[in-house]
Structure formats: C-alpha cells, structure tokens
Ligand binder design. Structure first.
Ligand code: ADP
Ligand code: MG
Length: 557
C-alpha cells in the first residue's frame, strides 16, 4: 500500500491523481530504505521516484545530475510547484552558494541538486554530514559506467557516497542501460543488493525505417512533404552539417535552426525555446540536443548519420512521440559513417575502443537487419517482443525468409562445444573448417561441428550470426572478449527443435537495387538495370560506401 502521505504530496505539489505503476513500486522501496536502480525510458517519470520520497521523509534529498541546464530546469519546475529546492554547481557565485548552503543547514531545502564535481569537492561530504540526508538520487546513472554510452569519469567517484553514508538509501536512475551496464552501475556504486526496476522499453508508436544514405537531402524533402508543419529533429554527426542542413532547409522555405555544443549558450537556449514553442519546425542538431527536453509532440526524428550505438539511437528516437501519438524515426545508413565513427574511436584506451567498436557493430547489424526492427531494439535491452511490430519498414515490406533451423543448430552447438568461449570470427572459422593458428591451438578442429558450415561463405555466416544475435538466440559478452553465449532461447533451438527463420544474406548495396526496381510502373529492360547496377557498384566502390565484402552476383538480375 502506498502511503497516504505520498498520494497527498503527488496531488498537492505535482497536481497528479495517480502514480504510474512503476513509480509506485520504486517509491515504496525507497521509503523502506532500500537502494534501487530504476530503468525507465525518457519521459517515463523518473523524477517523481525521488522527489516524492524526498518530500515524504524528513531531511533533504541530494540529487546528482550531470548537466547544469538540466538541474536548473528541474529546480525551477520544483520551485514553481512550491517545493523548496536549489542547485549547487560551477555556474553559481560564491555568495549564492554560501546562501544556499545556509538554507540547507537551516533545514529549509528539500531537494538539493549537485554536479558530481561539486559533490566530490573538498569539504562537501562534511557539509552534507551536518544535514539530515534522507536519500541520494543519481540521475543519468549510466554515466558511471564505461560500458554505458555517455561515460563521465567524474561519475566514477560516486562510489564514495555509499562508503560515507552507508545508512542512506541510493536511487540510481537511467533511461539507457543494457544488461552489462546495469550490472556495472550497481558494482560501481557499491549497491550489490539494490532492487532493480526495469520498465518496458517498448515504444509501439514509433515507426522505424532505415534507408541507405543516398540523396539524403532529397529524401528528407520528400519526408517533410508528408510531415507538413510537424515538429522534428534531425541528428547529425558534425556541428558543421547541422548548420549546413539548417541553411539548406531554410532555403527550401522551412523554419529550421541548428543546435550544437559549439554555439554560444544564448543561441542554444534560443533555438531550444523556439522549438519548444513551435516557432521553428526543425532542429538540426548534434547529440548535444535533447537530454532533458520535455516536448511531447515531436512527430519525427531523422538520423542523418549513423549513431554510434543502439543506446544513443534509442534515446534519440525516444524523443519522438512522447504524447503517445505516432511518430516517424528515419535512419540513414552508410558504410562511410561506420568508417568515420571507427576513426573517431581511435583515441582512448584499447579496451574502451574495442567496446565502442563492438557496440557500433551492433548498430550496424540493426541498420542492415531484414527482420522486425522493434523486436531487435527491445531484444538489445533484454526484452522479448512476441510478435513482429507490423510498423517498421521490414514488417511493412518483409523480405523472404527460409528455414534456418539447421544452420542455427550447427552454430549454437559449435558454441556449446567450445564452452561458450569463442568470438564470432573464430566461430565462423571453426564452422568453415579453417586451419589457422587460433583454431589449431585449441584443437577446435577436433570438435564435432568443425567444418559443418563449409558450404557457406564467411559473410553469409556473419549475417546469420548477426540475425541470431538480433533475434536473441545468442548473446555477446563484451566483458569476455566478445565471446558468444547461449541462453534459454538457444537451448530451445538446440533441444526442443524450435524453428528459426532467416533472411537470405543480402549485401547492403542490393537495397539500392530494390529502390530501382520499385520505381512506379516503369519497366526495366535487363540491360538498363545491369548498366545502372554497374554504375552504382562503381560509385559505391569509389565512395567506399559499402563494406569491402559486398559482392554482386549477376544472378541477382
Ligand atoms: P524522465 O526523467 O523519466 O525522462 P520526467 O520525470 O521528466 O521523466 O517526467 C516526464 C513527464 O511525465 C513530466 O512532464 C512529468 O510531469 C510527467 N509525469 C510523471 N509522473 C506522472 C504521473 N504519475 N502522472 C502524470 N504525469 C506524470
Ligand atoms: Mg529525467
């Protein structure tokens, strides 16, 4: 039973009649003094999970938040609701800080937002010890994990909180964390027995589409034709392209603006404000745009470039359709973006780089996938969607499948026979009967499935293994050299003869050909198509838009 006091506070301070189901459970847990980790999509209502307990209990709740802008918005919203709150960070003058600290000491503040730097600054813990801290909330908690997608080194010091305040519960909150990141957050914060709450990540109102990054501007103009007047965001990889794209769109008569971290603060808040108030329709932005933006009627999100991992992608498309009405998510995919991101990853320690590459690989697999995209996304976050979504491009236009049960059984049993210790490329070598050092050293040529998949080329196996991963029949343990692991679903395939459907391997560039074929009504004679393909193959090769393994077989004509 939720405490009556929590209900009253919800109504009186926030004006809502009921908690969302997970909020209720989290709040009960926090009030019982237990640590927890809360995973809820953006807009799910994470803030109330600590704001309400802060008001129910006596004392003060300390909220660690990574962004100054975010803190300011939250504190202003709380003050507007009559909740005494304040924030401490580098943007405040010494007098203002001193004044706020005194208010805290006088027990006049219920929620104190701090940056991680502030929290760890000398003397701050002893200041906190003079207060009655009732709860620590760590917002955007994925920042603590190097496995997460927005790692911030200063977050790693937050482990001292539990050491210094063992009696005070901690609630860590994030909208984005895969299985490994979750474990890591708990480990880093020193919360081995925290209760973990994961709400569904399913966003059935998002229509997912992936297109090759060809003629992007033209495709965007067509897309905008069918989204007249609807607000949306175009995410770009570089600051330059946000500005260029905004210019080009304005040239076409659209109200567009650019947003990136290189702009002066004033220009940024002006752009944000204009978008929130529907004075501009389109924001062309880098990933700097969006964290904490509360706009419910974003009707579409376009990724002009490939995001660096699925967490970022999911977070960004999640800014569309918060009101529950349909929203479009269009991703442009090109191999040159993959190369560009890989180049960007080069800096940093080798472990970090290989993790980023592995995550980029998953992103690439998603973009190249031929099966239900929503299923793949949810699977990535550990959720299983029973039926295909029916809304994504692949569901709307399904590719032909074949019975891949036998292939799956071969691969999965090889994984089992090698004690779930091998990564994808070694597995493929074993299946194809390669005699290289890695195989021979471990005597993998002696296992029963050695060479059982010789009839398929390497890239076909790679595609099928990606499909198994996407379908959740296999898992990848980043932390163990990217070893492939079996799970319950793999066991169903191995032992209960569960059928597996596969889409025949198609190199990326063939999608271009589909586009040609789908052109309305016009009949192509074979020669013309052949010429087009040859030209395309050449231009793609020139631009290095396709993976080196792409093959064109004339049988596709
Ligand atoms: P998150 O931090 O998970 O992205 P917020 O805490 O900012 O989400 O909440 C998102 C929106 O949902 C806010 O506008 C908030 O006022 C609203 N909201 C949260 N909880 C409730 C509730 N129980 N009933 C109605 N609206 C709610
Ligand atoms: Mg939030």
């Amino acid at each position: 039973m939720m405490s009556e006091r929590a209900q009253t506070i919800l109504k009186e301070y926030f004006g809502y009649d009921a908690f969302r189901p997970m909020q209720q459970s989290v709040i009960q847990t926090v009030l019982a003094g237990q640590d927890c980790l809360v995973l809820m999509p953006t807009g799910g209502g994470k803030s109330l999970c600590y704001q309400v307990p802060a008001l129910v209990m006596s004392g003060i709740c300390v909220v660690v938040s990574p962004l100054i802008a975010l803190m300011k918005d939250q504190v202003e919203a709380l003050l507007a609701n009559g909740v005494p709150a304040g924030y401490l960070n580098s943007s405040l003058s010494a007098e203002d800080q001193y004044e706020l600290e005194n208010e805290c000491l006088a027990d006049k503040i219920k929620l104190l937002y701090v940056s991680p730097e502030k929290l760890l600054s000398p003397g701050f813990f002893s200041f906190l010890k003079r207060l009655t801290v009732n709860l620590f909330a760590i917002d955007e908690a994925h920042c603590i994990s190097a496995w997460g997608h927005d790692f911030r080194p200063e977050y790693t010091q937050l482990k001292y909180i539990k050491e210094q305040f063992p009696q005070v519960p901690i609630v860590a909150l994030t909208a984005t964390a895969d299985r490994l990141t979750r474990q890591d957050i708990l480990k880093q914060l020193g919360l081995p027995s925290a209760k973990v709450f994961v709400s569904s990540f399913d966003r059935p109102n998002l229509n997912l589409t992936v297109l090759p990054a060809k003629n992007r501007f033209k495709v965007i103009l067509d897309f905008l034709e069918s989204h007249r007047g609807q607000p949306g965001i175009i995410y770009c990889l570089s600051r330059n392209s946000t500005e260029q794209l905004a210019q080009k769109l304005m040239g076409e008569g659209y109200k567009a603006t650019a947003y990136h971290a290189g702009l002066p603060a004033q220009a940024r808040s002006k752009a944000q404000e204009a978008f929130l108030k529907d004075n501009v329709q389109i924001v062309c932005a880098t990933i700097a745009f969006g964290m904490g933006i509360d706009k419910s009627n974003v009707r579409w999100v376009i990724h002009y470039n490939l995001p660096k991992n699925i967490e970022s992608y999911y977070q960004e498309i999640g800014r569309g359709g918060r009101d529950g009405a349909r929203a479009g998510a269009l991703l442009f995919y090109s191999y040159s973006d993959v190369m560009r991101l890989r180049d960007m990853f080069k800096e940093g320690n080798p472990e970090q780089v290989s993790l980023q590459i592995a995550k980029l690989d998953r992103m690439q697999q998603f973009a190249e996938a031929a099966t239900c995209r929503r299923k793949i996304l949810l699977q990535y976050f550990g959720e299983t969607l029973e039926k295909d979504c029916g809304n994504c491009d692949n569901c709307r236009n399904p590719p032909a499948t074949f019975d891949g049960t036998l292939l799956a059984q071969k691969a999965l049993s090889a994984v089992a026979r090698m004690q779930e210790k091998v990564n994808m490329s070694l597995l493929i070598d074993v299946l194809r009967g390669a005699r290289n050092q890695a195989v021979l050293q471990k005597s993998y040529d002696k296992i029963k499935t050695y060479g059982a998949g010789r009839d398929l080329p390497h890239q076909d196996w790679q595609s099928y293994l990606h499909q198994f991963l996407n379908a959740g029949l296999l898992e990848m343990a980043y932390e163990e050299g990217y070893a492939l692991k079996l799970n319950n679903r793999s066991r169903e395939v191995l032992f209960s003869n569960q059928k597996v459907k596969l889409v025949k391997f198609q190199p990326v560039a063939e999608k271009e050909e589909e586009k040609v074929e789908r052109r309305p009504k016009k009949e192509f004679i074979k020669d013309e198509l052949f010429e087009r393909l040859r030209a395309l193959r050449k231009s793609l090769a020139d631009e290095r838009q396709v993976p080196p393994y792409v093959i064109f077989s004339d049988s596709t004509l």
